[in-house]
Unconditional design. Structure first.
Length: 475
């Protein structure tokens, strides 16, 4: 549901007890974790049990599985996930009692209020770039607070209340949340139309990023990747407004340039040069050109914040990933299984390029779950085209999330546009049939990739279990 943004957003310490409806999600769980770290009383509910709920309970949160009006308890502030429906009993109860009811964006701003914030925005790569910058700053001894849309492998969590003055925050544009924040600096990875269910038109989407510039501290800075036309245009707009801008990319016009890119298995390496000449070489433990550009954005932000190249590069080199971003789930019977969050055509293309490097001589078998009816209606054909980079493709039905189904907007729509022979494209509306299908398709040496922003992530472990049960394999 859409919750109005309050006119005034006091700091978290002034909110009393905060109750999160949908506390198990990536966004709200991170904010709850930061609030708990600052001594704020937190409670919350979610539709199903999870390790995230268990972790928050261990930190002192009062958590519930399922939704009931009584669970609001003695809360003073209620924070609501966009995935929650208006008839949720806890939302109804909070409104009836006249409690402070906030969207996620207001809650995040309440924990950002007294910190020097670097907000990471963009259509693609926000989570990875926020993660890379966080790990790099941790390596520099900066002790930042952070809130990320996925769990860092290095720390095992998606957020923390650090002791330093910096706060690295993933700034989501999908529902306009990033227009609530007032960051010292921003990183924009790219700007390419998405979330048109909210914005309506491509122009409105781009205008939101221009509006985001007005939120920046005039004494701060913007990092933008000029290899992307949308981000390059935004950089030009920022300069016209008198903001300090650092551009990155492989382009000769970039202030911080990557060159001599080498991709070997699960690693990427590249040389970095600034306006005054070469700075050194960076090696990442993740494959793919899009991850190089994300790392370059993080590096530029760290340099502008005053940290040394060598320390930042060492931090980037230590980065071992973020959950659901080309995450290795395991290997059985010579078949490797990975999971990733890509749900937009450009993200699919980038992750399949990275998966190709990982697969080596093996084939790439992909199970893709479209996310949102509106996105599939607009970009379904392009999704299918991007999936053509795989050897075998299984397309699940659309993960509905916050939308209702629509006739003709389904997995078959995507599958029709996959440019592979028909016998290598499989439509699987029955989700339970997908793991055995993937096992039947995969051969030793292949890489199986589950792809999408929905519950397709749960299929990888089942594939590994079925592989373990094959004759000659130990469970």
């Amino acid at each position: 549901m859409r919750v109005p943004i309050p006119e005034s957003i006091p700091p978290a310490e002034e909110l009393g007890r905060v109750h999160f409806v949908g506390i198990g999600g990536a966004g709200l769980s991170g904010i709850a974790r930061v609030m708990l770290g600052r001594g704020v009383a937190v409670s919350g509910s979610d539709g199903k049990a999870s390790a995230t709920l268990d972790a928050l309970a261990a930190l002192g949160a009062r958590v519930h599985v399922g939704h009931a009006a009584s669970q609001v308890g003695d809360a003073d502030t209620v924070v609501v996930s966009t995935a929650v429906r208006e008839d949720n009993p806890e939302v109804v109860e909070a409104l009836a009692r006249g409690l402070r009811v906030w969207p996620r964006s207001a809650a995040l701003q309440s924990v950002l209020a007294d910190r020097r914030v670097v907000a990471v925005a963009g259509t693609h790569g926000k989570t990875t770039t926020t993660s890379l910058l966080t790990v790099a700053l941790l390596a520099c001894g900066a002790h930042p607070s952070y809130a990320i849309g996925g769990d860092l492998t290095a720390t095992g969590v998606n957020a923390a209340a650090g002791s330093g003055d910096l706060f690295v925050a993933e700034a989501d544009e999908s529902d306009g949340a990033f227009l609530v924040y007032t960051p010292h600096a921003a990183v924009v990875t790219n700007v390419e139309a998405d979330h048109l269910d909210n914005w309506g038109t491509e122009e409105a989407y781009h205008q939101a990023f221009r509006d985001f510039l007005a939120r920046l501290d005039p004494d701060g800075f913007l990092v933008a990747c000029v290899d992307d036309l949308g981000a390059a245009a935004l950089a030009g707009e920022a300069r016209s407004r008198g903001l300090r801008v650092l551009t990155v990319g492989e382009s000769a016009e970039a202030d911080l340039r990557a060159s001599s890119l080498v991709f070997e298995g699960s690693t990427s390496s590249f040389d970095v040069a600034g306006p005054d000449g070469p700075l050194g070489r960076v090696t990442l433990q993740i494959p793919g050109r899009h991850y190089v550009l994300d790392a370059l954005c993080a590096l530029a932000a760290g340099l502008e914040l005053g940290f040394a190249f060598d320390e930042l590069a060492a931090g980037l080199s230590s980065y071992t990933g973020t959950r659901r971003r080309m995450e290795r789930k395991g290997e059985v019977a010579g078949v490797r299984v990975y999971d990733s969050y890509a749900h937009h055509p450009k993200e699919i293309a980038g992750d399949l390029q990275a998966a190709r490097a990982l697969a080596g001589e093996g084939r790439l078998v992909v199970a893709y779950q479209p996310h949102l009816v509106s996105r599939t209606r607009l970009f379904g054909a392009q999704m299918g085209e991007a999936l053509g980079a795989a050897d075998e493709v299984v397309v699940l039905d659309v993960y509905l999330a916050r939308e209702d189904p629509e006739p003709g907007v389904d997995g078959a729509l995507v599958a029709r546009h996959v440019p592979l022979p028909p016998d290598r494209v499989h439509v699987a509306p029955d989700r339970s049939a997908v793991p055995p299908l993937l096992v039947s398709l995969a051969r030793p040496g292949d890489l199986v990739l589950t792809l999408g922003a929905g519950d397709v992530t749960e299929l990888g472990p089942e594939v590994l279990r079925l592989l373990s049960a094959l004759p000659g394999e130990e469970g």
